[in-house]
Design a protein around this ligand. Sequence first.
Ligand code: UD2
Ligand code: MN
Length: 342
Amino acid sequence: MVTLAHRLRRVAIVFASILGTAYIILVLIALLNYNPRVKIGMPIIVDDAELPGAGTRCKMDPDLGPVKVDIYTKPCMEELERMNPEIQAGGAWKPPNCQSWQKVAIVIPYRDRLGHLKILLRRLHPMLRKQQIAYRIFVVEQAGTDQFNRGRLMNIGYAEAMKEDNFDCFIFHDVDLIPEDDRNVYLCDDQARHLSSAIDEMRYHIMYYNYAGGVIALNRQNVLKVNGYSNDYWGWGNEDDDFSARTLAAGLMLTRPPEHIGRFKMVRHLKADRSNHGNSYFFTWRSRWKNDGINAIKELNYKVVEKTDLPVFTNISVDIGHPPDEKTWNERNKNQESVTML
Ligand code: UD2
Ligand code: MN
C-alpha cells in the first residue's frame, strides 16, 4: 500500500522536476537572446534626408539587390583594368555627379592570395560605383615568411591610408570574402558596423553575437577610439575577438545588416592552424587594449618595402617586424597576466 508520505514525496519530485526544467528552458532562452550590444539594420546615413547637405549628396539607387558572384574563375589584372576604365591609379574612384557621403578606405590584409584578390576586386569596383561611394582600395601585404599578423596589417593600413587622404571611413576586409548583395552599403555608421553578417561557410548565420571577423567598418574617430587592432596576435585566430572586445570596452555597439543582405561567399581555401598563443593572449585584452593598438605602431618601426599605385589597387608591401621568441613571449605574457589580475 502506498502511504501518504510516499505520495507526497512523488508529488514533490514531479513538482521539482517541472520547476527545474522550466528554469533551464528560461535560462536557455535568455542566453540565446542575449544581444544587448548588437543592432540589426541598414545604415541610417544613406536615406537620411535631414542631414546637412543632403541635397547634393549621392542617392542610393533603389534598384540595388542581390547579385550572382563567381568565386571560381579568376580574372587577370589586365581584364580588371579593362572592366574598370574610370578608376584612377591606386584603385580610387569618386562619383562624378554627386557628393559621396563619406570617403572610404578599404583595407585588405594580404599575403599570397592573388587569386582571391582578383576575384574580390572584380566584385568590389563595380559594386562601390553602383553604391556611389568615393573610395580607394589598399592592399597591405605582409613581407617575409613569419606568421601572419592580420591586426598589425590593419593598423598599418589605417596609418598609410591617412597619409594619402583624410578618409572618413575604414573598412577592414578579408581578401576572400565576396559580398553578394549591392544593398550592403560600404559606409560607416557611428558604431562598429559588421558588414559580413551572413557567410556561406557558416550557413549564412553569425557564429556568436560578439563575432567581428570578416568585414567590419568603423569611422575614423572610432578606429582611434578603439585603438585599432592589437598588434601582437601572430598566426591564425583571436585577433577578431580581441577587436570585438575593445569595441565593446570603448562603448560601441556592433551593428549588422540583416542576414539576407549581409551575405558573403568565402573563396575556398585551406584552413590555417590556430596560433599557439592566441587564446591565452586574449585573456589579457582588457589590460592591453589602450596601449596595444594603433597608438603603438610607430614604436614597432614597421617599414614600407614598396608602395605602388597599381591600376586597380594600391599595394603596400610592409616589413612588420617579427614575432617574439618563446622566452620573450612567456615573460611578457606573465607580466600582462599580473596586470590583468590587479
Ligand atoms: C577568420 C575570419 C578572419 C580572421 C581569421 C582569424 C571570418 C569570415 N574570417 O578567417 O576575419 O579573424 O579567422 O585570424 O570569420 N590572410 C592572407 N594570407 C594568409 C593568411 C591570411 O592574405 O596567408 C588574410 C586574408 O585577407 C584572409 C584573412 O587574412 O582573408 C583571414 O585569414 P583566413 O582567411 O586564413 O582565415 P579564416 O577564413 O578562418
Ligand atoms: Mn578566409
